[in-house]
Write a protein that binds this ligand. Sequence first.
Ligand code: BG6
Length: 482
Amino acid sequence: MHETLLLFGATGDLAQRYLFQSLLNLLRDRLLPPGFRVYAIARQDLGTDGFRATLGERLAKSGAPAADITEMLSRCEYLNVDLADPQLVAERLGFLHGRDCVSYLSTPPSLYVPITQGLKAAGLLDAPSRLVLEKPIGRDLASARTIMAAVGECVSEDRVFRIDHYLGKAPVQNLLALRFGNALLEAVWHHRWIASVDIMVAETDGVDGREGYYANYGALRDMVQNHILQLLCLIAMEPPSALDADSVRNEKLKVLRALRPMTAERINHDSVRGVYQAGVVGGKPVVGFKAPTPEAEDCETYVALVAHIDNWRWAGVPFRLRTGKRMADRCSEVVITFRDTSHWIFEQPSREKSTPNRLVFRLQPEENIELTLMSSLAAPEWGALELQPLPLDLSMPINLRRRIAYERLLLDAFHGNPALFVRNDEVEAAWTWIDSVADAWKQAGTPLQPYMAGSWGPEAAVSIAPEGSIGGRRRGRNGGGA
Ligand code: BG6
């Protein structure tokens, strides 16, 4: 297990909010080696004392015991480096040469190449050292390829760990367990029995404070290119023959490559883009999205898309993908809607009004699985059988401590286990499809539809969230748009 972490972008939002907290949790649980050290690297001129003071305050807010925080801080040293200059990176970090390092790049992707080149020049990417890259890698296929080619010259693919933190979430891994551990689901998992799949990731948070990054990406590139497509892969992939990294990644890749490219002719039927306006979220008034520059005004904070996977298993099954910021509620759900029964013999309700079986995987904030079956709840003496949807709620044990997704992924990177990381060709295949969407939007001039913060997205997205689907159910419960 590697003992030295070089954390680039250590003063950034991700590192401060999640990465150090995850390391603290791992230290507390004695999951890191005794010699574990973090070199926290960023541009700011802070010094180790200044950095420890800021980080200490942040960690204290989590309620962690003071002794654990002190131990964590004692393992951190801060180095300020101009990350855009490979030579300076190499000079500043050269003293670490000879150690087996994990270098984690939690910086804008524009810095990946200079940092990687600096690391290589300092000998810090020699085997068995590893490189961890945060998403997004590039902004489209061409820029991703440029970055990956340059990175590939410095370190071999088997030592590049591309993080998608959704893959570190326990309920997301549970999708694999449920799909491949249950004969019941194996038998019905294809277009003959499944009518549609909905994947929704709704957030109540806005973009606040991250406009500089976000405005250049938007919901399509920030969420769909990675997290949502990874969820789609886990739902749609063929059973891998084993759970090793390449068996799983080979199957995910086939799904990404089978995604039907979006076209300018279809895009306005099959997608909606939105941007949130001022509104009320969680009882508090919030401002609308403000683009930091005039060029960034076309940035979507909501996207709904209908994707199709052109293969035998999924022919004709729409995958409705939705994600948005400043929505009515925080929820991530995958809903599998089954086809109607082959022959309907009941009067009440009529076939048209019956509710199809649904399997709902709720990933966050709470984690549970719900299966909706039709059942008769009326006593026989009351007359004719009347069927009603009966939800079977399979909640996860609540006494398990939920780990931050990054805890699992950091540990895997220290151990060198790539199974939950994304391979180069997956990233390329995902960008290929995302580029088809972005190009189609451009050609068709797909407009941004405003939605009120605290709603379920633009009204226009109702067509992509029909009644009974995830947005439809939510609409019924809480009002608002899609
Ligand atoms: C990140 C995105 O990758 O995922 C953010 O950049 C988003 O915009 C976040 O808020 C959502 O992650 P989670 O774990 O809170 O669902």
